[in-house]
Design a protein around this ligand. Structure first.
Ligand code: ZN
Length: 249
């Protein structure tokens, strides 16, 4: 329980700081964005990491859009491993593998997919958002793995976040969550609301999927298994396809 309250307290603190940063139209020195959250016990994706040089986004053509564009965002990377879990598994590696498969499966379905990173590289939150906004993406799907204290191996499950009040984001989150649960049999931690940076700053329906706990006794086994990661990728794609079939004008 002690841990739980630390979680809530830090969550609130970071939330407040995030709100302050976002409320300033063009901070000349976004000091708040230098905050890092090395401990993954805070709701990650919430962290404000130092801005790194913005990579050139993948070229986007300005011709009329031919179909949906989905930006797939593998969390963390490079010097930021994200969560480190049981057996020394790294969140950054797990989510890159899943994301690469998601993008490939989407392309197989004729849907343009743009990855914010394709390799184990450093990438701040702001460039991830810029890639999506510049591409005028239809959807933004950030993929992360969760963590809590290593002394809480009983905490397992999938949760998917969207920004409060964004109905399309909520629907996308519900489709993805449903398919992930059905495909993996993992525990349901629900569809939830959060003001994660990449959800707040993106201009399209956006979700952040937590595909399980690297610190969880049940989840770590699954996340370490390539076949399960493929199941997860397929589920995320099915969720995206369901959303597009039901919610696109
Ligand atoms: Zn993460």
């Amino acid at each position: 329980m002690k841990f739980h309250w630390q979680f809530v307290g830090l969550f609130g603190l970071i939330w407040l700081q995030a709100a302050v940063v976002i409320a300033q139209p063009s901070p000349s020195s976004p000091a708040g964005e230098t905050m890092t959250a090395p401990n993954h016990s805070v709701p990650e994706g919430m962290e404000f990491v130092p801005t790194v040089p913005v990579p050139s986004p993948q070229p986007t053509n300005l011709l009329p859009q031919q179909g949906p564009i989905v930006v797939v965002d593998p969390g963390h990377g490079g010097s930021d491993p994200g969560a480190v879990g049981i057996g020394g598994i790294y969140e950054k590696d797990i989510v890159l593998d899943i994301s690469l498969q998601v993008a490939s499966l989407l392309e197989n379905q004729g849907i343009q997919a743009i990855l914010t990173r394709q390799t184990d590289m450093d990438l701040g939150l702001q460039p991830r958002v810029e890639i999506a906004n510049r591409a005028r993406a239809t959807l933004f799907v950030s993929i992360h793995a969760n963590a809590i204290s290593m002394s809480r191996p009983e905490v397992n499950g999938i949760e998917t976040f969207h920004v409060a009040g964004n109905r399309e984001g909520q629907r996308l989150a519900e489709h993805i969550q449903q398919h992930l649960l059905a495909n993996t049999g993992m525990r349901d931690r629900g569809v939830k609301r959060a003001r994660f940076y990449v959800l707040v700053r993106t201009a399209m329906p956006a979700v952040l999927v937590e595909v399980g706990f690297v610190t969880g006794q049940e989840d770590a086994i699954r996340l370490s298994d390539p076949a399960t990661r493929t199941q997860m990728a397929r589920a995320i794609v099915q969720g995206i396809l369901d959303y597009l079939a039901n919610n696109q004008p």
